[in-house]
Design a protein around this ligand. Structure first.
Ligand SMILES: [Zn+2]
Length: 133
């Protein structure tokens, strides 16, 4: 069966319209942010649904890349609102702490740890998260 296509609002569209919208970055890109350590958080509209009941549609997706373009995280959403919220959550999840540049310690001018992070973090990230790499 053919996949079905949807615009950002979730309304069905034809294949040729999907192709046209997909080639327009202003339409396709929901958010694109480079973090302090140069990770990229990118959220795009995909607009592809599967035939039958919608169980695993490719409507929106956030992907997180290292500066070497290794994908380290991703999440899919059904609606534009979820995608926008998810984009912000992904930024919060992966943004490093500005006080210690992600080290978790106060560093001296030689880059040696010489005390606790001035922002008080212990992990080097804004949000405590054991799953960080
Ligand atoms: Zn810190």
């Amino acid at each position: 069966m053919m996949p079905r296509f949807f615009d950002k609002q979730g309304d069905p569209i034809e294949w040729d319209q999907h192709v046209r919208l997909s080639s327009d970055p202003n339409y396709r890109v929901i958010g694109s942010d480079t973090l302090l350590d140069r990770k990229l958080v990118s959220t795009i509209w995909l607009g592809i649904g599967l035939p039958g009941p919608i169980t695993n549609p490719f409507m929106f997706e956030t992907m997180v890349f290292t500066p070497d373009f290794e994908q380290i995280d991703s999440h899919r959403y059904l609606t534009l609102e979820e995608a926008k919220l998810g984009h912000q959550k992904m930024i919060e999840k992966w943004e490093i702490c500005s006080g210690c540049q992600g080290s978790g310690f106060l560093l001296n001018s030689y880059g040696v740890a010489c005390g606790p992070c001035p922002n008080g973090c212990t992990t080097g990230y804004l949000v405590g998260n054991d799953a960080q790499v």
